[in-house]
Design a protein around this ligand. Structure first.
Ligand SMILES: [Zn+2]
Length: 323
């Protein structure tokens, strides 16, 4: 099982345990140990003593797996009996079916690569059979479809990262404001980097502009301008579009009222999307690594019946005196 701390499943071994802060570690060790010994007792096995249990954890027959899903808040502990490699098959959250934000983003990207590959070989074949004029019309549709696909990658990725970042930042205090941002009021805000950034800034105090180059930012805006023209105006450019900076930048691709995208421009847009996703993934991963253990410790501490009689979300850091 990978030691990558950004995934949903974490083998509870010594390295994982050492990730808990000084104020959380004893609480979590007791929690894990009682989970383990209860399991052994229920199966008529005799549990290892606490000290032995926390020594060479990867070698024990009965291992624990911590599940922590930043998408749906699924928090659970599983028993893994057998070899560690058995745990490799644990990938998707059993509650919501997702894997990890970066994984979902790269799934989207590889989808586009496959589509483009398919398109390219189709166009190669058609070259032999079609006149130049026919070919131009065929590729006109194909490159526009690819551009639309690119905008949906931006939308899906930025929305998913947003959901996860909200969870990491606010943990169990998700409230109606966030639900409405994510589900209702946003429409397709997340495909437009400018509108997406408003949500990131308002909810999370993250400025996406700081994560990507200025060039990338401007090109992401162009992508969505072109996409809107294609989708809402059947590909015909109008007066409004002629007044945009995007128009000036792609003027050489415009014939009459139509935009003839080229494979080069699609490739360049694709590279900007990669830049965006890579940067947000990096940001997310570092936040996730830094937050994961306190997220888990706070969850178990607050779900304990002795501690959950009031509705406020107490932090372990505040409640356990520092040594
Ligand atoms: Zn989940």
């Amino acid at each position: 099982m990978s030691k990558n701390h950004t995934e949903i499943y974490h083998l509870i071994d010594n390295s994982f345990i050492s990730g808990f802060s000084e104020s959380h570690i004893e609480y979590m060790k007791s929690y894990y140990y009682s989970f383990y010994s209860n399991y052994c007792i229920s199966k008529n096995k005799s549990p290892l003593c606490k000290e032995k249990f926390f020594t060479n954890m990867r070698r024990h027959k009965v291992k624990l797996v911590q599940i922590c899903c930043p998408y749906c808040g699924n928090m659970n502990i599983w028993i893994l009996e057998g070899t560690i490699s058995l745990g490799d098959s644990l990938n998707y959250c059993t509650s919501c079916g997702k894997k990890s934000a970066s994984d979902n983003a790269f799934f989207q990207i590889s989808r586009l690569i496959r589509i483009r590959h398919f398109h390219q070989s189709g166009l190669e074949k058609l070259k032999e059979l079609s006149s130049e004029k026919d070919l131009k019309l065929l590729s006109y549709d194909i490159y526009q479809l690819e551009l639309i696909e690119i905008t949906s990658i931006i939308e899906v990725s930025l929305r998913e990262f947003f959901v996860c970042l909200v969870y990491l930042t606010f943990q169990n205090t998700k409230n109606k404001y966030f639900d409405s941002i994510i589900k209702k009021s946003t429409g397709n805000d997340f495909m437009n980097i400018g509108k997406a950034n408003n949500h990131y800034k308002k909810a999370l105090d993250i400025d996406l502009r700081n994560l990507i180059s200025c060039d990338c930012w401007n090109n992401l805006l162009d992508i969505v301008e072109i996409r809107n023209t294609i989708v809402h105006n059947n590909g015909m450019i109008d007066k409004k579009f002629r007044n945009t900076q995007t128009y000036t930048k792609i003027a050489s691709m415009i014939e009459g009222n139509l935009i003839f995208l080229t494979p080069q421009i699609i490739q360049s847009y694709f590279n900007y999307v990669l830049e965006l996703i890579t940067s947000v993934t990096k940001y997310y991963n570092s936040l996730y690594e830094n937050t994961l253990h306190s997220l888990i410790a706070n969850f178990y501490f607050n779900s304990h019946p002795l501690n959950s009689d009031n509705c406020t979300w107490a932090s372990l850091e505040d409640l356990i005196p520092k040594h």
